[in-house]
Ligand binder design. Structure first.
Ligand code: DLL
Length: 433
């Protein structure tokens, strides 16, 4: 279902005019109300008068995660504190959180973009959405909740965890759409098997999976195990939470809700804006947000953008599923590799389970070294070292062939890698960088 045809299918040129108008309005407001932005613009010698169309966005300064942390909690607030009706934070791995503040209008906008995403996954008001993202400060739970309710779906706030109950809810309330991280979806499949529940007897038609990296091959695995169509949803606390972009039924890129979040791709080293189709760091500007809008936020996420005539009829620009992050790229003997590429190769090996961890360390000569710990399918896990050696060599060879890297493979017992109900920790970095 196309939730908002006017916005999602609008002529591209028309949308650009609107984006230009919103940008000017936003920048003028931030220049007047937020000293942080005024100073940054003054330092660059830019005033709101210089912003007259969306093409002028390149004149504006970038904002980084460090700056968001330095201004925590309310340094970037662009509305009176009493206008806030909800806040979320994302803690990341390094301590000081980043704040997302929402006014009433922001919550409406969040619900709107999330409802669009559910529509892109084939959702309609008659669906039953089982929301197994974490509720709380994390944006996943409440963000999806606002959208599902906006659409008029029966919304089950299952939250993450309590997997047995999760499966019972799914059965009893005939849930048709499951929303959770892809790693949690896999965990549910495993539990279901143990409980003797077959997904073919349930009613799920779609899964809205995101918040962590996953690969196309992981998608196939999930679709088979959960008997549904899996859709990729992307978002981040700094911009709104879930709802920034989503795959449609074409499963060919994620449509960005660009009338609210304007995307650019830059060269992460030079900051230069790259043309459509080129890979680089994704940057977002909040065009309509009131609480904590951000100008040219450097996400560190890597992807590329393109326009095409999508079979779904939407004209919203597309982003490729994330290719990695500027801060998780590994350089192994001179070859750049992202953990998701390792996952993609691994998912093609039938003897292994989709549960793995990548451990990075430095060897004696200070070169990066990667160990891939992966669970072996129960049926293949035998005491016969010869058989395990064959599987190990097969994975190592596939890595070498497809990624040109040597990876040490460690096969581990089924169920020995910790399961995740939220964002899985796939990479363990033991280097002291
Ligand atoms: O993860 C928001 C969200 C909730 C998105 C539910 C989708 C579903 P943060 O906790 O702030 O927000 O983390 C944002 O997670 O910059 C990406 O690096 C990563 N990420 C989010 N979605 C995807 C995805 C939420 N579909 C950070 N694929 C982002 C890969 C993703 N990585």
């Amino acid at each position: 279902m196309i939730w908002n045809r006017d916005a999602e299918c609008e002529a591209v040129e028309q949308r650009r005019l609107l984006q230009g108008y919103q940008l000017k309005k936003q920048v003028t407001h931030l220049y007047e109300k937020v000293p942080f932005y005024r100073k940054k613009m003054d330092d660059l010698g830019v005033t709101p008068g210089d912003i007259n169309s969306i093409e002028d966005i390149g004149k504006l300064p970038f904002t980084t995660k460090d700056e968001l942390r330095e201004t925590y909690p309310y340094g970037l607030l662009a509305c009176p504190e009493e206008d806030l009706v909800e806040i979320h934070t994302s803690s990341g791995t390094t301590g000081t959180p980043v704040l997302g503040g929402y006014t009433r209008a922001d919550l409406d906008m969040w619900g709107e973009v999330m409802a669009r995403c559910i529509g892109m996954c084939g959702g309609t008001p008659s669906d039953v959405v089982q929301n197994a993202y974490g509720y709380g400060m994390f944006t996943g739970g409440l963000g999806v909740h606002h959208g599902a309710q906006k659409m008029g779906c029966n919304t089950i706030p299952a939250a993450s965890g309590n997997t047995k109950r999760q499966l019972m809810l799914m059965r009893d309330f005939k849930s048709t759409i499951l929303t959770c991280t892809p790693s949690y979806a896999l965990y549910m499949a495993e539990e279901a098997k143990e409980m003797g529940i077959d997904f073919r007897d349930l009613h799920l038609k779609a899964g809205v999976f995101g918040a962590e990296p996953w690969s196309d091959n992981m998608r196939k695995e999930i679709e088979e195990k959960l008997n549904l169509q899996a859709y990729d949803i992307y978002g981040l606390t700094e911009i709104i939470g879930p709802g920034v972009s989503n795959e449609c039924e074409a499963h060919h890129g994620l449509h960005v809700n660009e009338d609210h979040f304007y995307p650019e791709i830059i060269n992460p080293e030079t900051g230069e804006v790259l043309p459509e189709g080129e890979k680089g760091e994704l940057v977002f500007t909040s065009l309509t947000r009131q609480g904590t809008p951000i100008i040219r936020y450097r996400t560190r996420d890597i992807t590329y953008l393109w326009h095409d005539k999508c079979s779904c009829g939407r004209t919203l620009v597309k982003m490729h599923r994330l290719l990695g992050r500027t801060d998780d790229m590994l350089i192994l003997r001179g070859v750049n590799v992202f953990p998701s590429q390792i996952e993609n190769v691994l998912m093609q090996i039938e003897e292994t389970q989709p549960h793995y961890q990548i451990v990075i360390d430095r060897d004696r000569s200070q070169l990066d070294e990667v160990e891939l710990q992966v669970e072996v399918e129960e049926a293949f896990f035998s005491d016969e070292t010869k058989e395990l050696e064959r599987i190990r060599a097969k994975i190592a060879q596939a890595m070498k062939q497809e990624l040109q890297i040597n990876v040490n493979i460690k096969l581990v017992e089924p169920k020995s890698i910790e399961r995740s109900m939220g964002k899985a920790k796939r990479v363990i970095d033991k280097r002291n960088l």
